[in-house]
Write a protein of this length. Structure first.
Length: 112
């Protein structure tokens, strides 16, 4: 069998590129750059699609919102709604990854 002759393929991790997508990196960088534990979805979109937001059109196409929202649902927990603006964007908190706590528990919440 060809796979037996190629020893490096047997040692390959199951998902070597997991968590290294452009949107996933942008979401993590948005939380690191802000320094806060919860971010509204609009600021995450701004950080993930900065080149599109700096262009002529400020609104993003619907497909881009759905792609970022799908990634947010896999990486983050919805905490609540923001009271600052009329649209009330969802507040997101980064989930724990690999046993390392990446975001502190919000005040008023119990650890699970």
């Amino acid at each position: 069998m060809r796979r037996e002759s190629l020893r490096n393929l047997r040692r390959k991790p199951l998902a070597p590129a997991a968590g290294r997508g452009a949107i996933q990196r942008a979401i993590r960088r948005a939380f690191i750059a802000s320094g806060s534990e919860a971010l509204p979805s609009s600021s995450i979109y701004d950080r993930a699609y900065v080149r599109r937001r700096l262009g002529r059109y400020k609104a993003l196409p619907a497909g881009i919102y759905s792609r970022a929202l799908r990634t947010l649902r896999t990486m983050c927990d919805p905490v609540g709604r923001s009271n600052s603006v009329s649209g009330a964007p969802i507040l997101w908190r980064l989930r724990n990854s690999g046993g390392v706590q990446t975001s502190p528990v919000l005040p008023g919440e119990d650890k699970k």
